[in-house]
Write a protein that binds this ligand. Structure first.
Ligand SMILES: [Zn+2]
Length: 493
């Protein structure tokens, strides 16, 4: 590897000097990409991902360790300059590309595949036009049920569809760089602030802190304004200034349950620091998880029950996540009410009709019916539940599932697997676990796992592997018994 290599585009006004009014031309950018690929052919792949209205190519740089297969790699897509004059965003991604080929980023290249589209709106690069030449806001050219209308935004949506990434970042900024007075931010944009939040505030806060500790202050949105996010009708100043457009970030989340981060980047070095911090986090287990990766695995929660993606590799988890997410509007979770500590029962269904069937069903009737439907004897589990007199019926969430704008209610194709999680008191020890009345072994592929989370819970995960028999996949119930240390149940002294 040629460690002394420096891209030519910086020679006329480098980011380090603070002279951010000097930008490379589009031909200079193309030679930067080609040089990067020529010098680091085992790490960098360059392709044309689409084109602009006026036919200019939209480049996609993919950076990963090509000597290692993709099966267990996280996928990341970062796009810049959807808004034409926001070129500081592009410079941040070029800085990131420079860093990603260095030895310091070897661990990131090993475990992640990173797509960079530094210039999404090339027709507006020289003209400093916010929209594209058709006067369409490319960042907001998305909807819940249609494809984008412009070739530039379609290029983004097509790369998203191909990658189904764990992390998607849309970088915004200005042509003025750090000389511009407006603050930088993560996890929202001012024009879509209420609607375009990332689902993980804690992840975003890690990014804010990385930038701040390097001397780049970050705006916290509603935190600074001391306003709540939910829109209160007829009280416009009660909630944080907001828009409700479907942006590329909302699109990525809606389609693929991607962790999406809209970033305002006015200094490329600040953008670089924040992007590096995100990539570092992607190489670690998130606070609720047992394996490394971005926090995108959990798709539904009701009380202490979670629906999560199945899989031992990143690719398996991605396939399960995207499939389950497409059906997430139909999830039904029912859990036993008044569960005694030491025991838990949760039921899951992909059939919205089960909501009305289960919502206040007696647990004994539920078990009897499931046993009849599956043709198995559940008398041991029924006896276990009957020993706890207050443990009587099931309860569902208040929101009844609907078809929404997504796929039909039931899986039509072979399942890609499912993980059901039960969150238990801190430092619990699992005694026994049953899935659909069948005792489960410890197994990360077809059984249960458990771990203690960084936040202080014990997580039980039941792994239900992919099945061709779609019908039997639609409904499951988990029963567990466990020991919880008394000291962790809360002080009653
Ligand atoms: Zn913007």
């Amino acid at each position: 590897m040629n460690l002394n290599w420096t891209p030519r585009v910086w020679s006329q006004g480098s980011a380090d000097s603070g002279d951010l009014l000097s930008y490379p031309s589009l031909p200079e950018l193309d030679s930067f990409y080609r040089e990067l690929q020529d010098v680091f052919p085992r790490s960098v792949a360059l392709e044309k991902a689409g084109h602009s209205v006026q036919g200019r190519p939209i480049r996609l740089l993919t950076i990963t360790d090509q000597d290692i297969g993709d099966e267990d790699k996280q996928r990341v897509l970062m796009v810049g300059q959807e808004h034409g004059q926001e070129r500081s965003a592009s410079l941040a991604l070029l800085e990131l590309a420079r860093w990603l080929v260095t030895p310091a980023a070897a661990g990131i290249r090993r475990w992640q595949r990173i797509g960079l589209m530094p210039v999404v709106n090339p027709d507006s690069w020289e003209d400093l036009r916010f929209n594209n030449v058709n006067d369409v806001n490319l960042y907001a050219d998305f909807s819940l049920d249609r494809e984008p209308t412009q070739p530039e935004s379609r290029a983004v949506s097509e790369v998203l569809a191909r990658m189904q990434p764990e992390l998607f970042c849309s970088l915004h900024g200005t042509e003025f760089g750090w000389q511009y007075r407006m603050g930088e931010s993560n996890g929202f944009s001012w024009t879509t602030s209420q609607f375009d939040r990332s689902h993980s505030r804690l992840f975003i806060e890690e990014i804010n802190r990385a930038a701040e500790s390097a001397g780049f202050p970050q705006d916290r949105g509603e935190e600074e304004a001391e306003r709540i996010l939910p829109w209160l009708p007829d009280n416009i100043h009660h909630s944080y200034y907001s828009g409700r457009r479907i942006t590329s970030c909302v699109h990525a989340y809606h389609r693929y349950h991607t962790l999406a981060n809209t970033m305002e980047v006015h200094h490329p070095h600040s953008g670089l620091i924040r992007c590096k911090r995100m990539l570092e986090l992607g190489n670690q287990p998130w606070r609720t998880e047992s394996v490394a990766g971005y926090p995108v695995r959990t798709m539904f929660q009701q009380d202490e029950t979670f629906v999560a993606a199945y899989g031992q590799s990143a690719a398996e988890r991605r396939a399960s996540r995207v499939q389950l997410w497409a059906h997430s509007n139909q999830f039904v979770i029912a859990r036993g009410v008044n569960e005694p500590v030491g025991m838990a029962l949760s039921a899951f269904s992909l059939d919205p009709e089960d909501y009305d069937r289960w919502r206040s069903m007696e647990i004994d009737s539920f078990l009897q019916q499931r046993g009849d439907d599956m043709g198995i004897d559940l008398s041991d589990i029924r006896a276990l539940c009957q020993r706890h007199s207050r443990f009587r019926s099931l309860r569902c969430d208040q929101i009844k599932p609907t078809a929404g704008t997504k796929e039909g209610p039931l899986l039509q194709t072979a399942s890609r697997g499912l993980a059901l999680r039960l969150r238990l008191p801190n430092r619990s020890t699992i005694r026994r676990v049953w899935l659909d009345g069948r005792p489960l072994p410890l197994s990360s592929s077809d059984g249960y796992e458990s771990w203690h989370t960084a936040g202080g819970f014990t997580m039980l995960q039941v792994n239900i592997p992919p099945q061709d028999d779609v019908g039997s996949f639609q409904r499951h119930f988990v029963v567990t018994t466990y020991d919880a240390p008394r000291t962790d149940l809360g002080s009653r002294v």
